[in-house]
Design a protein around this ligand. Sequence first.
Ligand code: NAI
Length: 409
Amino acid sequence: MTDTSFDKNRIKILLLEGVHPCAVEALTADGYTNLTRMDHALQGDELVGALADVHMLGIRSRTQLTGEVLARTNRLMAVGCFCIGTNQVDLGAAMVRGIPVFNAPYSNTRSVAELVLAEAILLLRGVPEKTQLMHQGVWQKTAAASYEVRGKTLGVVGYGNIGSQLGVLAEGLGMNVVFYDVVRKLNLGNARQIDDLDDLLATADVVTLHVPANRSTANLMSAERLTRMKHHAVLINASRGNVVDIPALAERIRGGHLLGAAIDVFPEEPKSNNEPFVSELKGLPNVILTPHIGGSTQEAQENIGREVAEKLIRYSDNGSTLSAVNFPEVALPEHPGQHRLLHIHRNTPGILSAINQALSAANVNVSGQYLQTRGEVGYVVIDIEADYSRDVRAALDAVDGTIRTRVLY
Ligand code: NAI
């Protein structure tokens, strides 16, 4: 498969699902004006039809980019997921067709950290219960079971991007921060790593979860572990739904062992705003329930729009695939005054030497070459001196195992 030679106006871009306007601004400012933005998702045949001559596609979580849809595209050369997750894309199918997929994994870190901090304060003051009572006309002015966060211990489980940023913010409020992580981490501020999760649970007044969903974190906060939490501690989960045993949590709150909880993610979440929310936590006192909006702020949407648009621009402008989720990652310098050839191929022995033989037979002087492989796919970027002819491109297209080539002028 061969793309037409590089010209920004010939790169057709389709953005679906109301991607933030700042993505449009970033792309058009860089010269990518052949761009259509739609507010809704497209599926199946409708999506295939819309993609007929599209080079770069931007989606959020609702557009299903299946292997079948990808197989029916002609020119698609990159996909931007303007969100965190990439489950909606068949990443393997995209990779073997030479299509890198980009996302914005950390654009909403701050949004999650702020929500968690606010929830820690509200839970230790018993605000969720008090506000519910007020709505029912009950005035219950009391300081019982109402605490400041200052001087309390925040236990962060999973000290990654969110957990570590939260720790810094919490220290600003005078909290002591301890964290548990499966990896040894450099602590920020005065945060202290604890080697055993049970020791953290025995110490923390607020336990907050910031781990990924994987085998080691499924049911991490089991009934047993919830029992090991301090009396009158609170639990916050804005990570993934299957990390907490929800029925056991409901029991610990009802029984008074825990003061409350704030839960943003659930084992079963409604698939749309039209479906009802079902959970054992409904109606419990001092429980904050939010519909998976930890990272959903205007600022995060804007960050995501800018970050993914920049990744698409960088790939289209100079071939860089840094942080692609399914593709060999290559970070490339600028290439002024030179042609840059992009060659995506099946990762089989001998292909690089076949590429170099083709270049040498065409009498091409190579000034730089960058190769990365990932699974079944290899990606080599070749900078050549200015005297380039179409025969070189044809010679590269003819190399056995070629998936796609592009030329950047
Ligand atoms: P990250 O990848 O930067 O950090 C995760 C940390 O958890 C890493 O330090 C890792 O070593 C650690 N970890 C992995 N397995 C562990 C285990 N079994 N026990 C303890 N630590 C473990 O991830 P980031 O960006 O901080 O996100 C954390 C979670 O938050 C993810 O699950 C993500 O999906 C979720 N998230 C939720 C949002 C929401 O809207 N509620 C928005 C953004 C992220």
